[in-house]
Ligand binder design. Sequence first.
Ligand SMILES: C[S@@+](CC[C@H](N)C(=O)[O-])C[C@H]1O[C@@H](n2cnc3c(N)ncnc32)[C@H](O)[C@@H]1O
Length: 327
Amino acid sequence: MGHPVAPAPPGRPGRTGVGVDVGVGVGVGVGSASQEEQWEAHCRGWKVIDDAFMAYLGAHDEVPDRWLLIQTLATAASRRRLLATLGVRSGWRLLDIGTGFGPVPMELAVTAAVDALGVDIAEPALRVADAVCVEAARRGAFPPDSRVTFVTGDAYELEEPDASFDLATARFLFQHLRDHAAAASELARVVKPGGLACVIDVDEGLSVTYPERSAAYSRLAEALHDMQERRGGGRRVARTLPACLDRAGFDVSGVLLIPETDYRPSRPNDPHRTFLLERFGAARAALVGEFIPADEFDDCLGRFATETIDAECVLGGHVAVIGRRRH
Ligand SMILES: C[S@@+](CC[C@H](N)C(=O)[O-])C[C@H]1O[C@@H](n2cnc3c(N)ncnc32)[C@H](O)[C@@H]1O
């Protein structure tokens, strides 16, 4: 504890390089620690990351895609359960493509002394990721020698050399991509032979809500999904990913369902309602006109904001596909 955080390395030419050596920490990943002690140490590190995110949210009124940041925090438990199963070892080089606010590289860097790189096409999210990572490092989230760096980059044209990573991850990225084969082949290019890929995404076929969602909510969600499909992504992508990784050169060793279930009140001002209102609100400019008339959008948003459902039961999950790069 107490070592200063090393300054960020300079960015490579033509990229935004934001990075931090996270050479401080709680000493996780030590060989002699029991599994239980190790898990507790991971949880302590992850809690520090949560605190750094919350501190960032508290200190900044304007956060790009704030709803996504809230979602990042809300889905932390299931994400971490999965990441902990990947068997990441000290010394590994990790790549997370479409990293957003960077939860995956940061959380993996808690579990072992790794060199983790988060890449995203959107620079504003990376700036938040970097600031949160620096703060998490300052507060001692990471083991000594872990390093987390964020750079801008395109999933279709990564700047990383061939066969340079032990593990590449992409969470909720493929639902936004038009050409899955091209992205998977680029992912395969940068993973070492024998290395791992873990691709996590959604599939609407897995989702049940009882009682059924209101007409106002359903109309807004439909517009959002239409937009995602038109842009080349989709909400039924998970079922296609095992074959996609297989064709790209991975032996698929696991297709896991990560449960996301809930039973919750759904009233005006509940946190989940507020989150959804923010999410729809943030998409208004992109949706109205092309996917829903402006007056219908505003009417639906107004009705959704005030409706009360005593409680809703949500059954669903995310899918994680794990593959090993063929030699
Ligand atoms: C839903 S977010 C997921 C963020 C993060 N992986 C997570 O699990 O919280 C999808 C991310 O993919 C990024 N993205 C979309 N297209 C991309 C591309 N072609 N190359 C790199 N990133 C991309 C977006 O900017 C966004 O940050």
